[in-house]
Design a protein around this ligand. Structure first.
Ligand code: BTN
Length: 295
C-alpha cells in the first residue's frame, strides 16, 4: 500500500456543485491480486469544496470530467460490479445524489441477461455499473434500456457500431457490448460489459448459445469513464420518448435479421414503438416483441 500511495497524484480540480464528501474507496472487492495498468484503484474526493480525482498521472486526461458527473470508483477486481454498486450505494448514504459508477477490468462472476454468465479474461475488458438512485428523466421506464444502449454506442464513438434490440452493441455483426438492467427497489443499476482487450468464445449451441463476440479498440479505463460520463450527464437533462426512439433508430441496422432465442424464428426489425417494444417481420407476419425481462 505504501508503494501504491507514493505513485498516486491528485489531478484536475473541478468546479462542480459540491455534494457532501464520501470516503474514497481504495480497495478491491476480493483479495485476488493482479498486476498491470488496470490494477490500481481510482475514486473522487472532495478537497477545499471541489471534487478532485485520485488516480495515476497516466490516466489524468481521461478523468477530466468524471467526478463532476458521477461518483466514480475503479476497482482492481470485483465478482460483479452490479453487486459492488449495490453494496457501495448502501454504504454511501443518501446525501450524495450523483449516479454511482463502479468499474473494473477484472470481473470474476459477471452475469448477463437471462441468467447467463458474462466472461472476461481480466486483461482489459470493461465491466461497468452505473447506479441511479435519484429519479431519472424518462417516461416510460421501459425506454431506459434503449436510451442506455444509445448512450453506450455514442460514448464508444465508432461510426461502424450498430445496435441490436434492445441494447446489444455490434461491430461487423459481432457483439462487442451488452447491457443488463437491474433494480433493487432503491436504485436502478445499468450493468455494461464492453469487450476491449479480447472477445470471449460464445457457444454455438445449448442454452448459452449466442452471436459471436468481437471487440473494440481502446483503453478500458478511458472507455468506462466515457460511458459513465455520458450516463451521468444524461441524468441532468430532460429526455422524452420521441427522442429515445429517434436516437436509438439511427444506430440500428434495419436489414439485419435476428433469431428469436425461444423459437429459432428469423425476424427483421420494422420499427421501435414509443414504449420500447420492437415491431418485427417474421414468417407469420408482423408482431411486437416485449422487453419485459429487462426491468
Ligand atoms: C448481456 O448479456 O448482454 C448483458 C451483459 C452485461 C454484463 C455487465 S459487465 C458489468 C455488469 N456486471 C455484471 O455482472 N454484469 C454486467
Amino acid at each position: 500500500m505504501g508503494v501504491q500511495l507514493r505513485s498516486i497524484v491528485l489531478v484536475h480540480r473541478l468546479r462542480a456543485p459540491a455534494p457532501p464528501p464520501h470516503r474514497p474507496l481504495l480497495g478491491s472487492e476480493n483479495s485476488g491480486a493482479r498486476t498491470g495498468i488496470w490494477a490500481g484503484e481510482q475514486s473522487c474526493m472532495l478537497r477545499r469544496g471541489r471534487w478532485v480525482q485520485l488516480a495515476a498521472l497516466s490516466q489524468a486526461r481521461a478523468m477530466a470530467r468524471t467526478c463532476a458527473h458521477v461518483d466514480w470508483r475503479w476497482l482492481a477486481s470485483a465478482p460483479s460490479t452490479i453487486d459492488a454498486a449495490k453494496r457501495l450505494l448502501r454504504d454511501r448514504g443518501n446525501e450524495d445524489t450523483r449516479p454511482l459508477a463502479v468499474a473494473t477490468a477484472h470481473q470474476t462472476a459477471g452475469r448477463g441477461t437471462k441468467g447467463r454468465a458474462w466472461h472476461d479474461d481480466g486483461q482489459g475488458n470493461v465491466a461497468l455499473t452505473v447506479a441511479f438512485s435519484s429519479p431519472i428523466p424518462l417516461t416510460p421506464l421501459t425506454l431506459l434500456p434503449l436510451r442506455i444502449g444509445t448512450l453506450v454506442v455514442e460514448a464508444l464513438g465508432d461510426a461502424n457500431l450498430t445496435l441490436k434490440w434492445p441494447n446489444d452493441v455490434l461491430l461487423d455483426k459481432k457483439k462487442v457490448a451488452g447491457v443488463l438492467v437491474e433494480s433493487d427497489g432503491t436504485a436502478l443499476y445499468m450493468g455494461i460489459g464492453v469487450n476491449v482487450a479480447s472477445a470471449p468464445t460464445v457457444p454455438k449451441t445449448g442454452p448459452d448459445r449466442g452471436r459471436p463476440a468481437g471487440n473494440v479498440a481502446g483503453d478500458a479505463v478511458e472507455i468506462a469513464q466515457s460511458i459513465a460520463d455520458a450516463l451521468g450527464a444524461w441524468t441532468l437533462q430532460p429526455d422524452d420518448a420521441a427522442a429515445v426512439v429517434r436516437d436509438w433508430s439511427k444506430h440500428v441496422d434495419w436489414n439485419q435479421t435476428g433469431e428469436l432465442r425461444e423459437t429459432g424464428e428469423r425476424v427483421t426489425p420494422v420499427k421501435l414503438l414509443p414504449d420500447g417494444r420492437l415491431r418485427v417481420q417474421g414468417a407469420g407476419g408482423e408482431r411486437d416483441l416485449v422487453a419485459d425481462y429487462l426491468l
